[in-house]
Ligand binder design. Structure first.
Ligand SMILES: Cc1ncc(COP(=O)(O)O)c(C=O)c1O
Ligand code: FES
Length: 402
């Protein structure tokens, strides 16, 4: 099995930190008690769950009682949206954006078919929202505004607190999918307008299948998963103890490394990006370059296919991505880049590099050594080399109709 690669796809998932593995291992072997049991054997496991909750709360600047463990980002998003609607049965309107992750977008689509009305806010060419559009969409009937903290494909960060202030004026609940932002942007729920916030373990060097939902104290929360009374009745089911311990440790490490790691990642990301832009003609950065996660760059290389670039990089042992992992493989261009109104050749020729605290200078050098050659080679094979080709104009038109 392939183990060694230059891994620049950290927005898809991350390597589990060795300290996290070490912390969770005893809970896969010796400490197998049920955290809810009365006896001491279970009780010690219960204490580990409590510690995990405290560590996650510390990363978010929240109280331990406000953390609900979930199976990951998708469950957190689903649970938050459902809870908000169940708690306010008279309100039938939801506001979200066109660039959310499918874990939010597809829930909203389903709710539309159940009679809810949903506003999908647009974004501009930089991937930013228009706060006037948000204000114009809010009404007394709005139950929930659900908006991501930072976009997984472009890294664009939304002005969450400015959004939250407007949401509060209308008495709606505010949910934020912060799966990509946690660990990269400092969080303090104590001074925030956010009512519920989703995070996922596998984006912060914990394993897949564990995550947490922050629920502000006082927010009426109706559980999506009903069963035993675990987690104060907010999520039935015996806790995934090794996962919780891992998430706690990962949260502790994120907090410890946040400043130094993100400064380093940003420097490496900027060097990668600036050198590529300087050495390769006809390419541009997608998204808001100033309001952006420190680890992400999404670059459009005109006249070639992103997938072809990825396959060539793969031959050099370099992992990158052309958008979200769950929709890669489909030939449809990214819904995020489409919502930004990017031209056809950018839509098809965009790839994302996402770094983490393990990324090294030498790895960035290795990418820089091969990328210009890859792009040049693919362009010599490309049937469309100019923006003005009539074929391209046809494609732009057909895209506009979809
Ligand atoms: C913004 C965003 N939300 C939600 C998810 C889903 O998280 P998970 O894979 O833990 O279900 C992801 C991960 O792909 C994401 O990037
Ligand atoms: S579920 Fe992971 S990229 Fe979409």
């Amino acid at each position: 099995m392939l183990k060694d690669c230059i891994y620049l796809d950290n927005n898809a998932t991350t390597k589990v930190d060795p300290e996290v593995v070490e912390a969770m291992l005893p809970y896969l072997s010796d400490y197998y008690g049920n955290p809810s049991s009365m006896h001491t054997f279970g009780g010690q496991v219960g204490k580990a769950v409590k510690q995990g909750r405290e560590q996650v709360a510390a990363l978010l600047g929240a109280d331990e009682s406000e953390i609900v463990f979930t199976s990951g980002g998708t469950e957190g998003d689903n649970a938050a949206i459902r809870a908000a609607l169940l708690a306010q049965p008279d309100k039938r309107h939801i506001i979200t954006t066109q660039v959310e992750h499918p874990a939010v977008l597809n829930v909203c689509k389903q709710l539309e078919s159940q009679g809810y009305s949903v506003t999908y806010l647009s974004v501009n060419r930089q991937g930013q929202l228009d706060l006037n559009e948000l204000e114009a969409s809010l009404t007394g009937n709005t139950a929930l505004v659900t908006i991501m903290y930072a976009n997984n494909e472009t890294g664009t960060i939304f002005p969450i607190e400015q959004i939250g202030m407007r949401v509060k004026e209308y008495g709606a609940l505010f949910h934020v999918d912060a799966v990509q932002a946690v660990g990269k942007i400092p969080m303090n729920m104590k001074t925030s307008t956010i009512d519920m916030l989703t995070m996922s373990g596998h984006k912060i060097h914990a394993p897949k299948g564990i995550g947490a939902l922050y629920v502000r104290r006082g927010v009426r929360f109706r559980p999506m998963i009903v069963g035993g009374g675990q987690q104060r009745g907010r999520r039935g089911g015996t806790e995934n103890v090794p996962g919780v311990v891992a998430l706690g440790k990962a949260a502790e490490l994120e907090l410890l490394h946040l400043e130094e790691a993100t400064t380093r990642e940003k420097r490496l990301r900027d060097r990668l990006e600036q050198t590529l832009l300087a050495q390769i003609p006809d390419c541009e950065v997608n998204g808001d370059a100033s309001q952006r996660l420190p680890n992400t760059t999404n670059i459009g290389f005109k006249f070639i296919e992103g997938e072809a670039i990825l396959l060539s990089l793969n031959k050099h042992g370099i992992c990158a991505s052309s958008g979200s992992a769950c929709s890669s493989g489909s030939l449809e261009p990214s819904h995020v880049l489409r919502a930004m109104g990017l031209p056809y050749t950018i839509l098809h020729g965009s790839i994302r590099f996402s770094l983490c605290r393990y990324t090294t200078e030498a790895e960035i050098d290795a990418v820089l050594a091969v990328m210009p050659g890859i792009v040049e080679h693919l362009r010599t094979l490309s049937p469309f080399k100019s923006d003005n080709a009539s074929w391209l104009q046809e494609q732009e038109k057909s895209l506009a109709h979809r």
